[in-house]
Design a protein around this ligand. Sequence first.
Ligand code: ATP
Length: 312
Amino acid sequence: MTTVPAASTMVHARAPGKINVFLKVGALLDDGYHDVAIAYQAVSLCEDVRAFHADDFSVSVTGTVDLSRVPTDGSNIAIKAARLLARRTGYRGGVRLEIDKHVPVTGGMGGGSADAAATLLACDALWGTNISREEMLGLASELGADVPFALTGGTAIGTGRGDQLSPALAKGQFQWVLALSDAGLSTPEVYTALDEHRQQYSQDIFPAEVAPSVDADVLQALRAGDPHMLAECLHNDLQAPALKMAPSLAGVIELGEKNGALAGVVSGSGPTVAFLTADLDSALELQIALSAAQMNVVRATGPVHGARIIND
Ligand code: ATP
């Protein structure tokens, strides 16, 4: 997969964050994961990872988002990705990683997953380990359910844990406005809240689905590239527990929809709220309105492509 000379002293890779335009959570599996059906869209908020030769493994982090929850020790998923690649390929050196983050942390937009994907790509090129695409997707899936999608990007359907990907036909560009939140929501805690709610109220009447699938109208809207159609079918099973854990998000969704968004949906496990707009003008207007309400907002377009090497 190397696209840079083997003797390079630094490799720069970029990988996108994502929005889940559709997320259905099925049954809790024996391995502790849920069976899910996700329609992913990669968006133009990206993570940049620069990898330099080193004897051991280290990471430093800069960026435009709140970095206080990003670890800089071995628990950083980028270090885990580099170590995993070294272990599997028998590479004996290390790497110094510099991450420049633009995807909100614990925002449900897969920023850590993007770091892991960019790191796999950068280290493979830096070290000349040259693993195949299939091997890289396998390592990505070991690192986390969303990591394979950060490698492939575009628009895709994820089943299983979300890591069994198949491409989805998609036309055009969608305009998103993202309302960020200071407090993060932990993905495992949001899933646990959903399980508890289901056990308490609905398990007997609506047992959690085995092998859920993405609704046909979502696939049709993506194929048509029609934001109005897609807005009608944005869906996230994690939205209800996320709203329960962060009740102020309901007001955020309402405010966005009052100010021209076609629809708003909690992205992944939240707390980021993704608003779909009809076009660039409406996105700009919504961004101004939400900023005027003292909210932290960014604009993004999608789909964009997956992790790639940048030739600086
Ligand atoms: P997802 O949408 O994939 O569930 P997320 O976008 O909600 O994830 P991330 O920002 O990817 O959340 O990070 C989740 C947690 O992982 C953070 O609380 C942080 O402590 C830890 N973490 C480890 N490595 C990283 C990294 N490189 N960037 C961000 N967080 C990291």
